[in-house]
Write a protein of this length. Structure first.
Length: 466
């Protein structure tokens, strides 16, 4: 989640800076409006865009409970269990976020209600597919959704200039209020991202450019219109969610009215947005490394050669009784509960079974394997294994948090093994692949112990009976 939030902040920063430097000064207001809305939306979506790189597949074990159980002494490797201690720091941050978000939400609802209430409690006049709301208060003309709010006395006395009405009508017809509502909602949810505020300011100024353009396209007396803007500049009283006639009377806006459009400059700057989009995709999208399951070579089963005649029914019952003594609440054997004598007895009975009898067993014996060969992961694989939704990570036979990989480089490991969880595995759904890693020191110890072991067979657990 933290990575996602950082990405959206940095991505929105990139896009809004490009707008301020490259696009805002050009008279291409419709394109700029589209750019602001699209880039803001894209900033929140780009971390979810995933590019998958397929690498040489690793050996894959299926039907495993967790990691392959290699038990030379009939004991399971120790595993650490992730703590369930309350994360108070996260709780405090979450409380602050919810509190501020709730306050901003109620502020937005109250302002929205105030504006809409004016449409319910005051008289209205139809005006070119919109409605003029006559307000008995000293206000500056402003608009919201399909409504234009005007002082009733100014309207009846004819003191509302036609340029003012056309300006507010442009806001209504171009549906600028929807842009404002969209940005307000994002501000409520992502108030900690300062660049959303810059987006809002840029978008509101763009709305004024568009409305000014609608007026000057119809009325050619630009100087008179500029004077009118300055006359209205001191009467700002409307709500922050409305479009108002005199919003941000700045030097930029006054100069934009008289600026001529350069088609060549506009086209070049619009095309310049394309590489910016590519940069955002490269740096802020999610990259994963996956294995092609279709090409994963399954390891050869080092099965014990069965006998022809097999064992008696009584011996099979004895085998089952020993296994049943170790079963947990999930009905799975826990071989660490086996005594050495029971383990030796199971091994002896298993070696005497025929092929059909061996195939029906959950606890099985296999020929001892040589030490696993060294295999060093790539940096890309280490990075992809940090995804806790896809991978569970074991280091030196201990379950660890995926973030633990931040403390390692790829050369710290001498052996890796990836196993795919069966659908009925305990952790299936929490993650789908298990990564077993050995550090260089741990591998050296493992290699030495394996080579010194005189045991001919090892015990394993098969998830499904054949």
């Amino acid at each position: 989640m933290t990575t996602y939030l950082i990405k959206i902040i940095l991505c929105s920063a990139l896009f809004v800076i490009v707008y301020k430097v490259l696009l805002e000064k050009e008279k291409m207001h419709r394109f700029n409006r589209f750019y602001l809305l699209a880039s803001l939306t894209f900033s929140f979506l780009v971390p979810f865009i995933t590019f998958t790189q397929y690498v040489q597949p690793l050996p894959l074990i299926e039907n495993a409970i967790t990691n392959p159980v290699l038990l030379s002494n009939y004991t399971s490797p120790k595993q650490t269990i992730e703590g369930s201690n309350t994360n108070y720091q996260l709780l405090v941050i979450l409380t602050i976020y919810v509190t501020i978000t709730t306050l901003l939400f109620f502020r937005f609802v109250i302002n929205l209600k105030k504006v809409l209430q004016k449409t319910w409690t005051n008289s209205s006049i139809p005006f070119r597919n919109s409605k003029i709301i006559l307000i008995d208060q000293s206000i500056t003309p402003h608009s919201f959704l399909g409504y234009i709010f005007i002082n009733v006395e100014d309207y009846r006395s004819g003191n509302i200039e036609k340029e003012v009405l056309l300006h507010e009508l442009a806001h209504v017809q171009q549906k600028h209020s929807l842009d404002i509502i969209f940005v307000e909602i994002l501000q409520i949810l992502f108030w900690f991202n300062p660049f959303v505020f810059l987006y809002r300011k840029a978008l509101l100024l763009n709305h004024e450019f568009l409305a000014d353009e609608a007026v000057t396209n119809k009325y050619t007396d630009v100087s008179a219109y500029q004077i009118l803007l300055l006359e209205k500049a001191s009467r700002q009283t409307s709500s922050f969610i409305t479009s108002q006639f005199n919003y941000s009377i700045t030097k930029k806006r006054l100069l934009m009215i008289t600026k001529t459009k350069s088609f060549r400059n506009a086209l070049c700057k619009q095309l310049a947005v394309i590489p910016v989009l590519g940069i955002a995709l490269f740096f802020f999208s999610t990259k994963t490394i996956a294995q092609d399951a279709a090409n994963v070579a399954k390891p050869k089963q080092n099965e014990v050669q069965p006998t022809k005649d097999g064992i008696t029914i009584g011996q099979l019952s004895e085998y089952d009784n020993i296994v049943n003594k170790t079963k947990n609440e999930n009905g799975l054997p826990v071989v660490s509960k086996l005594s050495e004598a029971d383990g030796n007895r199971l091994e002896k009975l298993f070696l005497l079974m025929n092929k059909e009898q061996q195939a029906r067993q959950v606890v099985i014996f296999m020929h001892a394997l040589p030490p696993l060969p060294t295999s060093i992961p790539t940096k890309g694989q280490i990075e992809s294994w940090k995804n806790s939704k896809l991978y569970g990570v074991w280091i030196n036979d201990k379950r660890v948090s995926n973030t633990e990989l931040n403390s390692y480089t790829n050369t710290d490991f001498a052996q890796l093994f990836v196993s795919k969880l069966a659908t009925n595995a305990v952790n299936y759904g929490k993650h789908y692949y298990q990564v077993d890693l050995m550090t260089t020191d741990y591998y050296a110890t493992y290699y030495k112990q394996t080579m010194e072991s005189k045991k001919k067979y090892y015990m394993a657990i098969r998830m499904k009976k054949k």
